[in-house]
Design a protein around this ligand. Structure first.
Ligand SMILES: [Mn+2]
Length: 413
């Protein structure tokens, strides 16, 4: 994505800030794994959304004064020959400027003293930070540590949520984000096709993963949108199977729920097929119900529809089909076989961090996910696609990845 995109995102954020506010967004830092080894670094998504930079220990600091004028600085780690010799080259000011469109690039060594100067000026009463945590067991991130330091040394700010503002922005996707998703869907499709083509009874789940990995890593060194979910047979009842230690036996379905990160945008697609290349009658029966439900959803989802109605309609429509097919005795018992609906949004995060809307509107992108889990028959699978809301309806961004029985069987022959 171009610098205009990131600059535009920052300007929209600043527009939402009241006068007399400071906002600080941190990129994060290395997390220790063991001894002197760290987990692979993954930059805070809000920081990336605002700057395009994946650098460690960066900070975006902006101050909006009483006249509405915004002063923004981007702090990056200073050059360090020894550190860079060991762990890689750090982003330099010219590159940071070119990527982000920010012009005032400074060393992180100046961050605290600069912030202190702004704080002491008396011109700013609010401090916006992203302090989101799922629960209190989660480790503190740099924003939490910074808050502690502020409250100890400069305890006269009203602390406000930058996270809430960014959720509003991230809900609506811009043209360059949708373009990135389209490319990501192509790559995801290549990964899925590679698995379908290699599929055969006796193949281990990790061998399917190896096929997927090889295909998508033709495009970039770090391309996972999230760890691929790949399972077979009864392991399909584990919604997020990351063990990859099962084996596909003749007659088993393979389930995968995978996606890539292309230009920061993450796809999320599920496809399911029989490892031997031919759906059994029971697999066919259930699969056609799920697929018809998905097709129905893509025919009715449009702006103005309630977001909560998406999951609800998937469940009701699928239940009706299962009753008609003689699989289910009563629609009210749908929970028995189908409990995986999930209309989560996608974007910079696979479960995108957005303000959950009441009503669907253009340029939202969320998953239409239909799962059926029939324990007695040992058949569990899902069909998940990425739905872009258009002006008068929706588009299935992942429609090019084979999803119909005849298409899948033809590829596997
Ligand atoms: Mn998924």
């Amino acid at each position: 994505m171009k610098a205009d995109f990131y600059k535009g995102n920052r300007d929209k954020l600043y527009d939402m800030l009241p006068e007399g506010s400071i906002v600080a967004i941190f990129s994060g830092k290395d997390i220790l794994k063991t001894n002197d080894e760290y987990y692979p670094f993954f930059a805070d998504r809000n920081f990336v959304y605002l700057t395009g930079l994946e650098c460690k220990e960066g900070v975006l600091l902006a101050a909006k004064d009483g006249s509405g004028k915004v002063d923004e600085r981007l702090y990056i780690l200073p050059p360090d020959l020894i550190a860079e010799r060991w762990t890689g080259v750090r982003v330099k000011p010219a590159e940071a400027e070119a990527v982000s469109g920010a012009t005032d690039i400074r060393s992180t060594e100046l961050f605290w003293q600069d912030f202190r100067k702004l704080a002491m000026s008396g011109n700013y009463g609010r401090l916006y930070l992203d302090l989101f945590k799922i629960n209190d067991k989660e480790i503190d991130r740099p924003a939490h540590e910074f808050l502690g330091r502020v409250q100890k040394n400069l305890p006269y700010f009203l602390i406000c949520s930058a996270d809430a503002l960014l959720r509003k922005l991230r809900l609506f996707k811009q043209p360059c984000e949708i373009e990135a998703l389209r490319k990501g869907e192509k790559i995801t499709g290549e990964g899925i096709l590679a698995m379908m083509k290699a599929s055969k009874p006796g193949m281990a789940e990790y061998q399917y993963k190896a096929e997927f990995d090889r295909a998508i890593h033709e495009y970039a060194p770090y391309i996972y949108g999230f760890p691929p979910i790949i399972s077979s047979g009864r392991n399909n009842f584990i919604i997020h199977n990351y063990a990859y230690d099962g084996t596909a036996h003749d007659g088993d379905l393979i389930l995968n729920d995978v996606g890539v990160n292309w230009d920061h945008m993450i796809t999320d697609v599920s496809r399911s097929w029989p490892c031997n290349g031919r759906y059994s009658d029971k697999q066919k029966l259930l699969y056609e119900c799920a697929l018809a439900t998905s097709d129905y959803m893509f025919s009715i989802v449009k702006p103005g529809m309630k977001m909560a109605a998406v999951d609800q309609t998937i469940k009701e429509y699928n239940a009706k089909l299962l009753v008609d097919a003689g699989v289910l005795d009563d629609e009210a018992n749908i929970r028995k076989y189908m409990w995986h609906g999930g209309a989560h949004h996608i974007g910079f995060d696979v479960h995108d961090v957005v303000e959950t809307p009441d009503v669907i509107a253009p340029n939202m992108v969320f998953c239409i996910d239909v799962g059926i889990y029939h324990e007695e028959w040992g058949i569990g699978f899902r069909v998940e696609d990425n739905c872009l809301i258009t002006e008068d309806g929706c588009e299935n961004l992942s429609a090019g990845i084979p999803r119909r029985i005849e298409d899948i069987e033809a590829i596997m022959r």
